[in-house]
Design a protein around this ligand. Sequence first.
Ligand code: CP3
Length: 330
Amino acid sequence: MMRQAGRYLPEYREVRERAGSFLDLCYAPALAEEVTLQPLRRFDFDAAIVFADILLVPHALGQDVSFQVGEGPVLEPVYDGASVAALSSAKLESHLAPVYETLDRLSSSLPDHVALIGFCGAPWTVATYMIEGGTSKDRRGARQAAWAAMSSKDHWFSKLIDLLVESSAQYLLGQIKAGAEVLQIFETWAVDLPPTLFQRFCVEPIAEIVRLVHAEHPNVPIICFPKGAGQLANSFCNGVQCSGLGCDAFVNLGEIELDARQSVVTQGNLDPICLLQGGEILDVEVRKIVDQTEVGHHIFNLGHGILPETPIEHVHQMLKALREAEGNED
Ligand code: CP3
C-alpha cells in the first residue's frame, strides 16, 4: 500500500511518539526498521517499502526541513540563484547513512519472499516543496520558475533540477548497495505540468535518474508514479525506461493505452477513499482491478496514500477480496 507504515496503525503511532519528531524517526534505523516491519506482521504483503521520506534529500542538501503536527512539511524556501548555490551534495551520503542502515537491517530481517523497496521523490515534486516551503495549493511559484527556466538557459530552477537528478541517482544507488531490490520514484505533482513542462521537468529528469541507476544496476526494477499524468502517461513511458507505472485512482485501467504496455507493469489505482469506505463496493472495486489487468502485468496497490482514519479491518477485507479474485483467475 502507499504509506504502508503510518498513522492508520496504533503501533506506528506509539513508536512515532517515542521517536519524538517524524524526522527523528526517519533517521533512527532501529525504529525505522520496526515501523517498516509492523504492517507485515498484520498483513501478507509481498513487499515492504523502507520507512523514510522524499524530503530527506533536500534536508541532506542543507535545506531546513521540519514536519509540524497537523501541518505537514515546512521548509525554508529556495527562490533564487543564491539559495540554490547554498545547497550542497557534499554531505549527502553521511546525512542519508541512517536510511542505508535501515535498509541493511531490513534485508536481513525480511523473509526472502518479501521484496524490499527503496524510493525517492522525483526532481519536480521535490523542487515544488523546496520552492513553496511545504505543501501548497497550486505550486504556482514552482511553475513560474519552471516556465522562466524554459526561456533562460542558465536559470536557477534548471540548476536545482540538475542537482536533484544527481543527488537522487546517488541516493538510489546507495539504497541498492544497502539492500533495496526494487526502486520507486514518486512524482506526486506531475498533475501541475502542461505537456511542454511535463517533458522537460518530469520526463527528462526521471529518465536521467533511471539511466544513471541502470548504468550500474541494469536489472533493478524501477517503478515511477507520475500522479495525475493522465493522457501523458504514454509519453512518460516512451521517455522513461521504467519497469512499472504507478496509476492514481483517476486512470481507467481497462482503457489505459500504453505503447509500452507489454514491457511496463502497472501499479495502484484503488481509490484510498474507497478503502476507507469499505463494504460491498470495496470488494467490487478490487475485483474490477483484477479483471481489468492481466496476471503478472499489474501490482495491486492504492492510487495514493492510505488515509490515517482507515479501519484496519478494511485492509484485511481488501486483501481477502484480492486473494479470492486472483484465485478465480488462475
Ligand atoms: O510507508 C511508506 O509509504 C514509506 C514511507 C513514505 C513516507 N512518505 C512516510 C511518511 C513514503 C514513500 C513517502 C513519500 C512521500 N512523502 C511523498 C510521495 C508520495 C505521496 O504521498 O504523494 C510525498 C509527497 C511526501 C512528503 C510528505 N511526507 C508530506 C506532504 C507529508 C505530510 C502529509 C501527511 O500525510 O501527513 C509527509 C509525512 C509522512 N511521510 C507520513 C509518513 C508515514 C505521515 C507521518 C506522520 O505524521 O507520522
